[in-house]
Design a protein around this ligand. Structure first.
Ligand code: COA
Length: 155
C-alpha cells in the first residue's frame, strides 16, 4: 500500500535554511545568490522569509524586504519536483498574511513577462500590473525580456 502524500507545511525560514535556499535559487534563476548573500538577507530585520517543506524535504521559499508600509517580494521558488501542487500559492498566501500583520499595506514585485507560472500565481493572488521595464532581463541568444511591475494592496 502507498503512504498518503504528505501535505506541505509553511513556516518561517531561518539561518538553517541558507544552503537549501541557495541551491534552489541557483537552480531557478540565471543569477544565483551565494550562501553569504542569503545569510545576510535572512539576518536583515526588515526581511520576511518563509519556507515550505514536504516531510523532510525543502520544497520552496519566499522572501520579501519591508520598507515602512511597503514590501517588495525579492524571490519565490518551488523545487521542480514539487511544482504544480499549489505550494507557491500556499507560500504566497501565508507570506502576504504575515506582511499584513507586520503593517505592510502595499506589496510590489518584478516578474519576467514570459514567466507564465509566476504570472498566474500573482494574478490569482490579486496582483495587478502597474509598470513595465522593457529589456530588463538578459536573454542569451534572444531579445531581452521585459519586467512587469506588479502591485497588490493588502488593506
Ligand atoms: C513560479 C513558481 C514559484 C510556481 O510554483 P508552483 O508551486 O508550481 O505554483 P502553484 O502550483 O502554486 O501554481 C501557481 C500557478 O502557476 C501555474 N503553473 C504551475 N506550473 C506551470 C507551468 N509549468 N506552466 C504554466 N503554468 C503553471 C498553476 O496552474 C497555477 O496557476 P492557476 O492557479 O491559474 O492554475 C515555480 O514555477 C518556480 O519556482 N519557478 C522558478 C522560479 C520563478 O520563476 N519564480 C518567480 C519569479 S518572479
Amino acid at each position: 500500500m502507498f503512504a498518503p502524500a504528505r501535505p506541505p507545511v509553511v513556516s518561517d525560514a531561518t539561518a538553517r535554511d541558507v544552503a537549501a535556499i541557495a541551491e534552489l535559487h541557483a537552480g531557478s534563476f540565471r543569477r544565483g545568490w551565494s550562501d553569504d548573500e542569503i545569510d545576510g538577507i535572512l539576518a536583515d530585520r526588515n526581511v520576511a522569509a518563509h519556507r515550505a517543506t514536504v516531510g523532510r524535504n525543502f520544497a520552496g521559499f519566499i522572501i520579501s524586504r519591508i520598507a515602512a508600509d511597503e514590501a517588495e517580494i525579492l524571490s519565490v521558488a518551488v523545487s521542480p519536483r514539487f511544482q504544480g501542487r499549489a505550494i507557491a500559492r500556499m507560500l504566497l498566501r501565508h507570506h502576504l498574511g504575515r506582511l499584513a500583520a507586520l503593517g505592510v499595506r502595499t506589496v510590489f514585485l518584478e516578474v519576467d513577462e514570459g514567466n507564465d507560472p509566476a504570472l498566474r500565481l500573482y494574478r490569482r493572488a490579486g496582483f495587478t500590473e502597474v509598470g513595465r521595464r522593457a529589456g530588463y532581463y538578459p536573454n542569451p541568444g534572444g531579445k531581452p525580456a521585459a519586467a512587469l511591475v506588479l502591485r497588490r494592496n493588502l488593506v
